[in-house]
Design a protein around this ligand. Structure first.
Ligand SMILES: Cc1cc2nc3c(=O)[nH]c(=O)nc-3n(C[C@H](O)[C@H](O)[C@H](O)COP(=O)(O)OP(=O)(O)OC[C@H]3O[C@@H](n4cnc5c(N)ncnc54)[C@H](O)[C@@H]3O)c2cc1C
Length: 425
């Protein structure tokens, strides 16, 4: 389970020689941080992992949520056999999950804890407050701990620091959005039942919006989903035993069926060699917003879905949110809500990572036209020894890196590179 490692295991900050021989620090203990750490440890690289095991899945997902990905696309990457979600279920004597059984978040959290015990070992449940360049590597500062000297740093901090709320909605919460104000982001919540009896405008048309609306309704709230697009898209119910001809026409992949998605999953390195505008186009267009197939019956005909609605203005009066919208045929609408829940996703932006001080941030080259780090094939940024993985790497390697399915690709490449460059060995 999540544990602090004994202090003597840290490499306290000293000179450049100690840094050069110091450990690799992994920031974040979600699916990517855990997978990278598991591979590094198996390769004999000294590694320290900071963060709460599966922290985002415990604190930034509402109770009652399910994963959208299928069990086969939800395996963390272990350096040896026996680390799949199916192995975890089997060891516990629980039935194997199939494409037709959505995975509850708490099952995924338990799987992450089990994976940590088995393949990662000790994780220090501390927040990293800053990373600075220092001779021979980096100095990593933590809350309530001595700084640590690192030869290399792998940033695996996920999406949460990059939660995005459109500017015009921010006027609803002058002191900042949060569950106790009129405006919040889906990542602020673990329990949506606090809005029971209230009228809630859910802004967005993807899985987060639709699942939050279902949970709000089931908790006794009155959600209305405000969607920009003209229709709400739903995933197709999986067909586990498809005929050969159909499998050839639309091959399966961790991201769904079809040749385009299969290509993106099988050759993320090829995508990284495309010109930046092409890569960004794929990043923005692949896998647009949609709801999981299993969610449809809980939303359609149950929760009001207002499509083709664009919020143009928002203001606060009498503790309520007053929204102005445009829509079909240039029509104008007004909507009043007790609470506005922004299910408006995340923006990849290294400027939003609070632990990167400006001098380090400015030394990291971006993918042209974005705020994402430009990375080598081994996930290393233009600051030698500083690596980024997970969603932060999606503008380089494509949409698979936004999902757990990308952990094997990332963990193997980062480990191979760090092993060759032998820090901390
Ligand atoms: C609502 C929602 C549903 C999703 N559903 C799916 C799904 O069904 N299937 C799928 O494949 N993907 C899904 N995703 C995407 C999902 O985020 C990733 O697949 C997966 O969690 C990425 O792992 P990660 O390790 O990059 O990030 P995370 O899981 O977010 O882990 C990052 C970790 O870093 C820690 N951290 C952050 N800052 C610091 C710091 N300064 N110091 C120390 N630790 C820090 C966090 O606490 C967290 O534990 C979903 C995302 C959201 C938001």
């Amino acid at each position: 389970m999540t544990q602090s490692i004994p202090r003597q295991c840290h490499t306290p900050v000293k000179g450049s020689a100690e840094r050069r021989g110091g450990p690799v620090v992994v920031i974040g203990a979600g699916p990517y941080g855990l997978s990278v750490a598991a591979h590094l440890r198996a390769a004999g690289v000294k590694v320290l992992v900071f963060g709460e095991v599966m922290g985002s899945w415990r604190h930034a997902m509402a109770t009652g949520m399910f994963l959208k990905s299928t069990p086969a696309a939800t395996d963390l990457s272990a350096p040896a056999a026996g680390g799949r979600l199916a192995d975890f279920r089997h060891e516990r004597g629980e039935p194997e999950l199939t494409e037709l059984t959505p995975i509850p978040c708490e099952v995924f959290v338990a799987y992450g804890m089990w994976f940590t015990d088995r393949f990662v070992g000790e994780v220090t449940a501390r927040h990293v407050t800053s990373v600075d360049r220092a001779p021979g590597g980096f100095t990593v500062r933590l809350e309530d701990e001595d700084p640590v000297a690192a030869s290399a740093v792998v940033v695996a901090t996920g999406l949460r620091p990059m939660a995005h709320i459109p500017q015009h909605l921010l006027r609803l919460a002058p002191a900042g959005p949060g569950p106790d104000t009129v405006l919040s982001h889906t990542s602020h919540h673990t329990d949506l039942s606090r809005y029971a009896g209230q009228r809630v405008a859910v802004v967005g048309g993807g899985q987060s919006a639709l699942e939050s609306a279902a949970l709000l309704h089931e908790a006794g709230a009155h959600p209305h989903v405000l969607v920009r697009s003209r229709t709400v898209r739903w995933g197709a119910t999986p067909a586990p035993h498809r005929p050969l001809i159909e499998r050839l026409a639309r091959p399966a992949s961790p991201l769904g069926t079809g040749w385009a998605l299969a290509g993106l999953c099988h050759a993320p390195q090829a995508l990284s060699r495309l010109p930046a505008p092409a890569r960004l186009l794929v990043h923005h267009r692949a896998l647009g917003p949609s709801g999981g197939w299993w969610l449809r019956a809980r939303v359609e005909g149950v929760v009001p879905l207002h499509t083709d609605r664009h919020i143009t203005q928002a203001h606060l009066a009498d503790d309520q949110a007053h929204l102005r919208l445009t829509g079909k045929g240039g029509g104008r609408f007004r909507f009043t809500a007790d609470h506005v829940l922004a299910a408006t996703g995340y923006r990849i932006d290294i400027g939003a990572l609070p632990f990167l001080p400006p001098p380090l941030r400015e030394a990291i080259a971006r993918v042209p036209g974005s705020h994402a780090p430009h990375l080598t094939g081994a996930f290393e940024s233009t600051v030698p020894g500083l690596y980024f993985t997970g969603s932060l790497a999606a503008p380089m390697f494509g949409p698979m890196l936004r999902f757990v399915a990308g952990t094997a690709f990332a963990a193997r490449r980062i480990t191979r590179h760090l092993q060759r460059h032998a820090p901390g060995r």
